[in-house]
Design a protein around this ligand. Structure first.
Ligand code: XLS
Ligand code: CA
Ligand code: CA
Length: 438
C-alpha cells in the first residue's frame, strides 16, 4: 500500500522550476569538486521526526495526519517501515537513522522489547535489501522512558544503568546486522538539575565506563561502525555533560576514548550552546573529530531546540566549507534531524521540508566549493598569519623560542611590525558575492 500516494518521485528540475515537488539545486549526479552531490552529501531521513512523531508540543497533542494513524502497536510499527522505504525512494534519500524506540514499541518488558525490535529489524533488513538504502546510524533512546528520569549512564540507580547497557548492547547488535556506518550516543538526560543532589565525578566516570563497555562489545561482535557522541548543552536536562564539541572532546581525551569516537554535530545544539554551527565543525575538524551532521536550524526568536528544516543558505555555505576542508565526512552523512511545523500536518509537507533542506545544502555545497577553488579566503588567512612563517614567528612555531629569548627580542625590537586590519566587513561582502553569484 502507498502512504504517500499524492506524491511521485522527486527529480531535479533546475533553479527555474516552479514545481514544488522538484529539486531546484540538488542534482545527485552533478559533480562538484571531483565528487557527485550524492557522494558529498549522504543525506539521511530521521525516522523519529518523519515517521514516529506527530507534532505534539508541551501545549497540544499530535496534529499530523498519516496513513498509519488508524493502526497501533506492532501493526503501526510495521506500517511505518513500509512508509519509510516509500518515502526514501520518492525523496531520493539513500540513508536513514533511528532510535530503537522509533522502530518498535517497548512493550511491557525488556524481553518483549528485544522481540519487537527483532521482528521490525527483519522487515527493515528486507527493505534495505530490495531498495539498496543504507543505515547511516542507529542509537538507543535512553531519555524518554520514565526510568531514565535521573539519567542513563549518569543515573544514581545502578539497575537503570544496567537497563541502559542492555539497550546499547541490543543497539550494537542491530547496527551490526543492518550494516550501520555509525552508532550514535546522545545524552539527553546525562547531566544534572542541581549540584545539591549530584555526585558529578561519579556520574561522569560512569558515563565513560558505559562508553568503554560499548567499545569493547562492538569489538567483540565485530561491529566496525564509527562511534559518535552528539553534544548538546541543555534540554531536557538543565546542564548536560556533553555541552559542546570542545567539552565533549576533552571528556573523550580524559577517559582515553578519543581514538574510538568522533562527533555528530547538530546545528540547533550549536546555537543552544551559544555557538554557530561552523564554530562547532571547526572545533571538531581541527581535532580530527568531525564525524557526522544533524542538519536543522533553530529560530533566532525562540530559545529552544525547534529542529526546523535548514533553509539558511548562508549557514549552509559555511557548514559545507568546513566539510570540504575536512575532505568530507568519511562514514558520516547529513541527517535531517528536523521536523515539519505543527501546522504543516499533511504528508506532502514532509516532502516540501526535505526538498527545501536538500536544496539548501546542495546550494551551500556549490558555493563553498567555489570559495575553496578560488582560495580567496584561504589566501587572506595565510597572509594574516605570515609573521609566523619566518624569523621570530617561525621560532615560536617550531618551539625554539623561550620566554627569555622572546623578551630579549622584544627589548631589542625598535621597529615592531604594525598591526593590519582584519577586514571582516570586506570578507563578509565577498561571501555574499559568492552566495549571490554561484
Ligand atoms: C535531540 C537529539 C536526538 C539525537 C539522537 O535533541 O538531537 O534526536 O540526535 O538521540
Ligand atoms: Ca540530533
Ligand atoms: Ca535537536
Amino acid at each position: 500500500m502507498a502512504y504517500f500516494e499524492n506524491v511521485g518521485k522527486i527529480n531535479y528540475e533546475g533553479s527555474r522550476s516552479t514545481n514544488p515537488f522538484a529539486f531546484k539545486y540538488y542534482n545527485p549526479e552533478e559533480k562538484v569538486a571531483g565528487k557527485t552531490m550524492e557522494e558529498h552529501l549522504r543525506f539521511a531521513m530521521a525516522y523519529w521526526h518523519t515517521l514516529t512523531a506527530g507534532g505534539s508540543d508541551p501545549f497540544g497533542t499530535d496534529t499530523a495526519v498519516r496513513g498509519w494513524d488508524h493502526l497501533s502497536g506492532m501493526d503501526k510499527a510495521k506500517a511505518r517501515v513500509e512508509a519509510a522505504f516509500e518515502f526514501m525512494d520518492k525523496m531520493n534519500l539513500q540513508y536513514f537513522c533511528f532510535h530503537d524506540v522509533d522502530i518498535a514499541p517497548e512493550g511491557s518488558s525488556l524481553n518483549e522489547f528485544y522481540g519487537n525490535i527483532d521482528t521490525v529489524v527483519d522487515l527493515i533488513e528486507q527493505g534495505m535489501k530490495t531498495s539498496g538504502k543504507k543505515l547511516l546510524w542507529n542509537t538507543a533512546n535512553m531519555f524518554t522512558n520514565p526510568r531514565y528520569m535521573h539519567g542513563a549512564g549518569s543515573t544514581c540507580n545502578a539497575d537503570v544503568y544496567a537497563h541502559a547497557a542492555a539497550q546499547i548492547k541490543k543497539g550494537l547488535e542491530v547496527g551490526k546486522r543492518l550494516g550501520a556506518e555509525n552508532y550514535v550516543f546522545w545524552g539527553g538526560r546525562e547531566g544534572y538539575e542541581t549540584l545539591l543532589n549530584t555526585d558529578m565525578k561519579l556520574e561522569m566516570d560512569n558515563m565513560a565506563r558505559l562508553f568503554s563497555m560499548a567499545v569493547d562489545y562492538a569489538k567483540e561482535i565485530g561491529f566496525d561502525a564509527q562511534f559518535l557522541i552528539e553534544p548538546k548543552p541543555k534540554e531536557p536536562t538543565k546542564h548536560q555533560y556533553d555541552f559542546d564539541a570542545a567539552t565533549t572532546i576533552s571528556f573523550l581525551q580524559k577517559y582515553d576514548l578519543d581514538q574510538h569516537f568522533k562527533l555528530n554535530l547538530e546545528a540547533n545544539h550549536a546555537t543552544l550552546a551559544g555557538h554557530t554551527f561552523d564554530h562547532e565543525l571547526r572545533v571538531a575538524r581541527i581535532n580530527g573529530m568531525l564525524g557526522s551532521l544533524d542538519a536543522n536550524q533553530g529560530d533566532m526568536l525562540l530559545g529552544w531546540d525547534t529542529d526546523e528544516f535548514p533553509v539558511n543558505i548562508y549557514d549552509a555555505t559555511l557548514t559545507l566549507y568546513e566539510v570540504l576542508k575536512n575532505d568530507g565526512l568519511g562514514k558520516g552523512g547529513i541527517n535531517f534531524d528536523a521536523k515539519v511545523r505543527r501546522q504543516s500536518f499533511e504528508p506532502e509537507d514532509l516532502f516540501h521540508a526535505h526538498i527545501a533542506g536538500m536544496d539548501t545544502y546542495a546550494k551551500g555545497l556549490k558555493v563553498a566549493a567555489k570559495m575553496l577553488e578560488d582560495g580567496a579566503f584561504d589566501n587572506f588567512v595565510e597572509k594574516r598569519y605570515s609573521s609566523f612563517k619566518e624569523g621570530i614567528g617561525a621560532d615560536i612555531v617550531s618551539g625554539k623560542a623561550t620566554l627569555a629569548s622572546l623578551a630579549e627580542y622584544a627589548l631589542n625590537n625598535n621597529q615592531p611590525r604594525k598591526n593590519e586590519s582584519g577586514r571582516q566587513e570586506m570578507l563578509k561582502g565577498m561571501l555574499n558575492q559568492y552566495i549571490l553569484a554561484e
